[in-house]
Design a protein. Structure first.
Length: 91
């Protein structure tokens, strides 16, 4: 049997991000799955400005992104129009 050491969280994208704040432990690999349930143009892109990384969420379904956990702190993310916000806390 195989056990993954990776931390995983899911964020539902519908009328914003739910949950809008998630936590990961420092030093363990981490991944977020964005589960898209809307075709709202504003939510078709997520921007991790502090990571200089954007991800398109055009198609409904699941979209994964790896999150660095080497340093403690907050990693904010926003929609493409900077109207919806969320954050990842590494502690």
């Amino acid at each position: 049997m195989f056990f993954s050491n990776k931390q995983k969280q899911t964020i539902v994208v519908d009328k914003g991000y739910e949950p809008s704040e998630i936590h990961f432990k420092q030093g363990k690999p981490a991944e977020i799955t964005f589960k898209v349930k809307t075709d709202n143009a504003c939510l078709q892109e997520v921007d991790f400005k502090s990571l200089d990384q954007k991800m398109d969420l055009f198609a409904p379904g699941k979209h994964q992104i790896a999150i660095p956990t080497d340093q403690k702190g907050e990693i904010p993310f926003v929609c493409g129009m900077d109207m919806f916000h969320g954050k990842i806390v590494v502690d």
